[in-house]
Design a protein around this ligand. Structure first.
Ligand code: NAP
Ligand code: ZN
Ligand code: ZN
Length: 352
């Protein structure tokens, strides 16, 4: 099946129009016309091969919202016209312990990412999956999500990655009333972390390098703002946090953040995959603190997050763009110049 989107062909190449093949529909497939796709910082890391392993041509995009156009004969949950979402996962082995528990993101046999992943079931004219910066996508029913109809579909798209990546650790570590929770980095993930932790009843502190973002953080639901470059303020805040969600997108010195945790506090890393420099045993041993990580979320939890957002009327703060401006949006995201997620209006593909 012919599809049209944007791809780049090398780490230094700009994204540009690209025609490619999607697989023919299978009996369990849902065919989706893509309406909106968010720009996650992971799209940029991958397009620029900053994590290694990017296959070109590369079509990014894993924050997808669209309408169902057709379903295979074994599909029971969806029908044409339904508003649906697709996040970072489009398949997994479906039989390992993690898959059985609905934690497909930890599939012990390797999950299939929405882009740049081998499509293991095969039968495709290409060897790697292509993401959501395109007009249509074909996804197995198990990996398709229902989007609450009361939410703005464009502002809902980033929930499919930024939303679940922050919701999952907040739920796993049981964040709630009576806890002081810090969200580190006010970008796409961080702004969702603030909204979700606030809705879960925690006392939320936005920890940012940018004093000018402080006012926004309060509007998003933060009770306090802590400027991480203010060494004095960081010392005053030491030993006071129950939980920290760290979205910094690059390797960094975690010690100043670890020092913010109370005894038995936990910091979860979701952004940096590079080495975390200078981690000594001291902050762990002397305060029994934990440093942990978390990867997106499984399908059941992603649906739970979407339903939670539907009930609490939570969406992302977005800047909608025309797809021809996608390369500018990449540069602005890297500079931290976005409030707080770019979303591509896929209807603008028609003009390119
Ligand atoms: P983003 O929109 O670029 O936001 C990152 C924020 O981190 C920036 O706005 C900035 O906030 C802060 N920051 C940037 N560089 C920094 C530095 N050197 N030191 C301290 N703070 C810094 O990125 P995003 O889309 O939210 O993604 C965040 C990271 O999570 C990316 O690396 C992405 O690949 C990763 N990710 C992981 C998962 C997962 O499953 N674990 C899922 C999705 C994305 P301030 O201006 O407020 O300081
Ligand atoms: Zn993402
Ligand atoms: Zn599995």
């Amino acid at each position: 099946m012919k599809a049209y989107g944007y791809a780049n062909h090398s780490p230094t190449d700009k994204l540009a129009p690209f025609t490619f093949e999607r697989r023919e529909p299978r009996s369990e497939d849902v065919a989706i016309d893509i309406m909106y796709c968010g720009i996650c910082h992971s799209d940029i890391h991958s397009a620029r091969n900053e994590w290694g392993g990017t296959h070109y041509p590369f079509v990014p995009g894993h924050e997808i919202v669209g309408r169902v156009t057709a379903v295979g004969d074994k599909v029971t949950k969806f029908k044409p016209g339904d508003l649906v979402g697709v996040g970072c996962l489009v398949d997994s082995c479906r039989h390992c312990q993690s898959c059985k528990e609905g934690l497909e993101q930890y599939c012990e046999n390797g999950w299939t990412a929405t882009y740049n992943s081998e499509d293991k079931i095969g039968g495709t004219p290409h060897t790697h999956t292509f993401g959501g910066y395109s007009d249509k996508i074909m996804v197995s029913e198990r990996f398709v999500l229902c989007i609450p109809e009361n939410l703005d579909p464009a502002a809902t798209a980033p929930l499919l990655c930024a939303g679940i990546t922050t919701y999952s650790p907040l739920r796993h570590w049981k964040v709630g009333p009576g806890q002081k929770v810090g969200i580190v980095g006010l970008g796409g993930l961080g702004h969702m972390g603030v909204k979700l932790a606030h809705a879960m009843g925690a006392h939320v502190v936005m920890i940012t390098t940018s004093p000018e973002k402080g006012h926004d953080a309060k509007k998003l639901g933060a009770d306090e703002v802590l400027i991480s470059r203010d060494a004095e303020a960081m010392v005053v805040a030491a030993n006071s946090f129950d939980f920290l969600l760290n979205t910094i997108p690059v390797g960094h010195d975690v010690n100043p953040y670890m020092d913010l945790l109370k005894r038995d506090g936990t910091m979860v890393i979701v952004g940096a995959v590079e080495a975390l420099t200078k981690v000594s045993g001291v902050p762990f041993i002397f305060k029994r603190r934990t440093l942990a990580g978390s990867l997106i979320g499984g399908l059941p939890e992603t649906q739970e997050m979407l339903d939670f957002c539907g009930e609490h009327n939570i969406t992302c703060d977005i800047e909608m763009i025309d797809i021809k401006d996608v390369n500018i949006a990449y540069d602005r995201t890297v500079k931290g110049d976005v409030k707080y997620r770019f979303v591509i209006d896929m209807a603008t593909l028609m003009n390119t």
